[in-house]
Ligand binder design. Structure first.
Ligand code: 5GP
Length: 209
């Protein structure tokens, strides 16, 4: 049986094209008890994306209403769209003891860090800046988008010290293993254990009463 504890918040950021989405999908598939938070966004769904599964796709009015109601644990404008992490869903999962994975940009990650200092902050690096550019070109991004994403990548990487772990995605298998190892190690940290549970089960001897 798993040790009782509150869920852990894992926050993963990366420049666009570093392979974050693939790595996070592999992580959720490989490790039981890790759930992805589903963001709200004003961007339109891409082909194959489903409302409520990949994101909640809402218009800007609905998004701003949620901001006003303080429904987001963090929210940010990323390029031309707004993104936000729903607060209630996040805390509900953690209260249930589920670990939560947030795939958010550095602006959002820094807001979360102020509120959840106990979270685990992971930054995924591409193999190099040149490889990142090549990936964006191969992906078919428009030249002006590539320019913007490269500029944002450089700005974002400057924040690397704010993160607890840096995973360089040079080889997908290796990076995936590193990410999984971080999760497993964080789960076993002494500070995460529910002291009451430990004492009830291992220290207080019911037969001695
Ligand atoms: P995409 O549109 O490809 O889903 O995401 C574009 C960028 O927005 C990525 O850097 C992604 O990490 C970030 N993002 C996605 N969801 C959220 C969110 O809820 N909050 C913040 N701050 N960033 C997000």
């Amino acid at each position: 049986m798993a040790i009782e504890r509150r869920g852990i918040l894992f926050v993963v950021s990366a420049p666009s094209g570093a392979g974050k989405t693939t790595l996070c999908k592999e992580l959720v598939a490989a490790i039981p008890g890790v759930h992805s938070s589903i963001s709200y966004t004003t961007r339109k769904p891409r082909p194959g994306e489903v409302h409520g599964r990949d994101s909640y796709f809402v218009d800007e009015g609905a998004f701003q209403d949620m901001v006003q109601r303080n429904d987001f644990a963090e929210s940010a404008r990323v390029y031309d769209h707004f993104y936000g992490t729903p607060r209630q869903a996040l805390t509900d999962m953690m209260e249930k003891g589920l670990d939560v994975l947030l795939e958010i940009d550095t602006q959002g990650a820094m807001q979360i860090k102020k509120k959840f200092s106990d979270g685990v902050y992971i930054y995924i690096l591409p193999p190099s800046i040149d490889v990142l550019r090549t990936r964006l070109i191969q992906r078919g991004d428009a030249p002006e988008d590539i320019q913007r994403r490269m500029q944002k990548a450089r700005q974002e990487i400057l924040n690397y010290r704010e993160y607890d772990y840096i995973v360089r995605n040079e080889d997908l298998k290796q990076a995936s293993q590193e990410l999984q190892a971080i999760l497993q190690a964080e789960r076993t940290r002494t500070k995460r254990v529910d002291i009451g549970w430990l004492e009830r089960n291992f220290i207080t001897d019911p037969t001695s009463i």
